[in-house]
Design a binder for this molecule. Structure first.
Ligand code: NAD
Length: 288
């Protein structure tokens, strides 16, 4: 690849395309089977970032014609009370998918909350059932951010099979599930983290490089193999208020064949996949 050759992957457009498709399918589902997909979001406390995410999810539901329900609970809500709300949503026939916005306050056990969600309604894909099924294939739901990355690769017709993929970051919500999704599609996957000895030596091998560390500018141009596909998952707010990824974008553009910008790359895909998971739950008569 020559200078400034990278194709900038337009996550905003792809997210809109996916949501347009969902809107059409929702209309059909309603007409043909009388089903309106329902998504509920539970928010405990008043974390400002969580409030923004919840509002975004509600607006997205409205845009595609879903029923949306929102449960706002005070920050001193007991774990028992939250489990009761989850139990109610597990039984709610109008609701096909729901999530508890994370993080929850410290006195509530995150694992207990996630495990209480019916895996068929776990549209975030965080329940151990869905995570476990990702190992052997065919979960009810795949977690949204890594599934969104796979969607971007597919829509840009980027070949995955046989490719050297390197993921920087091993979190439960991005790095680990993405590892499994890339493996499933026959990539050779290496996962790096804070204890990786020579990070640059590993990233330079990547034909598909995913940065999901949450560390602004940690991937410099010299860490990127010429012609690599660079997926920047990081969302970091600088002191100036500017939003940046984990990759030095301008330098990476000179080395990569494809690159996702921040913002407007991976970010917009998460909600699109959340909606798609909910539509799938509403469309399919899941067992049980
Ligand atoms: P996390 O903090 O849970 O995990 C970060 C991972 O990166 C860890 O495994 C850590 O070992 C690794 N890491 C951190 N610094 C490193 C370094 N210097 N060298 C090597 N490895 C390093 O983070 P997360 O929740 O997975 O999120 C990662 C980033 O992605 C954040 O910026 C977050 O805001 C962003 N994110 C974006 C979306 C989205 O686009 N919708 C969704 C989730 C997370």
């Amino acid at each position: 690849m020559g200078e400034d050759m990278a194709v900038v992957i337009d996550g905003k457009k792809i997210s809109q395309d996916v949501r347009d498709e969902i809107r059409e399918k929702t209309l059909r589902l309603r007409k043909e089977r009388g089903i309106v997909p329902g998504l509920a979001v539970v928010l405990v406390g008043d974390d400002p970032a969580s409030q923004i995410y919840v509002r975004g999810k509600k607006n997205a539901c409205r845009e595609v014609g879903f029923l949306s329900k929102e449960f706002r609970l005070p920050s001193d809500t007991s774990e028992k009370k939250l489990l009761d709300v989850i139990d109610g949503l597990n039984r709610d026939r109008e609701i096909h998918g729901f999530l508890v916005q994370l993080p929850v306050p410290e006195h509530i056990r995150t694992d207990a909350i996630i495990e209480a969600i019916d895996p068929r309604k776990d549209v975030d894909g965080f329940h151990p059932y869905n995570v476990g099924r990702l190992f052997s294939g065919n979960p009810y739901h795949r977690s949204c951010t890594p599934a969104g990355i796979m969607e971007l690769l597919d829509r840009y017709e980027i070949e995955i099979k046989g490719k050297e993929a390197v993921i920087v970051g091993r979190s439960n919500i991005v790095g680990k599930p993405l590892t499994l999704m890339l493996l499933e599609r026959h990539a050779t996957v290496t996962v790096c983290h804070t204890r990786t000895r020579d990070l640059a030596e590993v990233t330079r091998r990547a034909e598909i490089l995913v940065a999901a560390a949450g560390n602004p500018g940690m991937i410099s141009g010299d860490m990127i193999r010429g012609g690599a596909v660079v997926i920047d998952v990081g969302i970091n707010r600088l002191e100036t208020g500017k939003l940046v990824g984990d990759v030095v974008f301008a330098d990476a553009c000179k080395k990569a064949s494809y690159i996702t910008p921040v913002p407007g790359g991976v970010g917009p895909m998460t909600i699109a996949i959340l909606l798609r998971n909910t539509l799938a739950a509403a469309s399919v008569l899941l067992p049980g």
